[in-house]
Design a protein around this ligand. Sequence first.
Ligand code: GTP
Ligand code: MG
Length: 137
Amino acid sequence: NNRTYTMIKPDAVSAGNSGAIIKMIEEAGFRIVSMKMTQMTKEIAGKFYEVHKERPFYGELCDYMSSGPIIPMILEKDNAVEDFRKLIGATNPAEAAEGTIRKLFAKSIEANAIHGSDSDENAAIEGAFFFSAVDQY
Ligand code: GTP
Ligand code: MG
């Protein structure tokens, strides 16, 4: 598969960093297939992060991810999932490599600016969570 799913998280949208992040994504060679601005309810965030429901930070994560607008996107590039995870950097910005999106823009391990799917299978599931078939041309 050559697609991945991402969303710019509430901290980065509210800080006005969306444009700079989208520019980095495009300059790294990703084509934006689908994109929108939306906001999740806590219930929707809970569904999106259901795989994390046993983790101690699940409740806080769902509160945080529903706290403001997000920008979901489907992206296309060869080796998309792996290359995009490299572009965004480690979950914890303190451990993220220089020049990565999280190193530049994340506020904390939770408010870490951006999401990136961790497998081709999850990329397809997550893309379909936010975009209907007609948007996934
Ligand atoms: P995503 O691309 O957002 O899935 O991040 P990830 O794959 O690098 O991390 P993971 O899937 O393990 O965790 C999902 C999200 O939960 C992270 O991006 C953070 O927003 C949040 N998170 C992860 N670990 C912690 C933690 O220890 N504490 C808190 N408060 N949030 C965390
Ligand atoms: Mg993850």
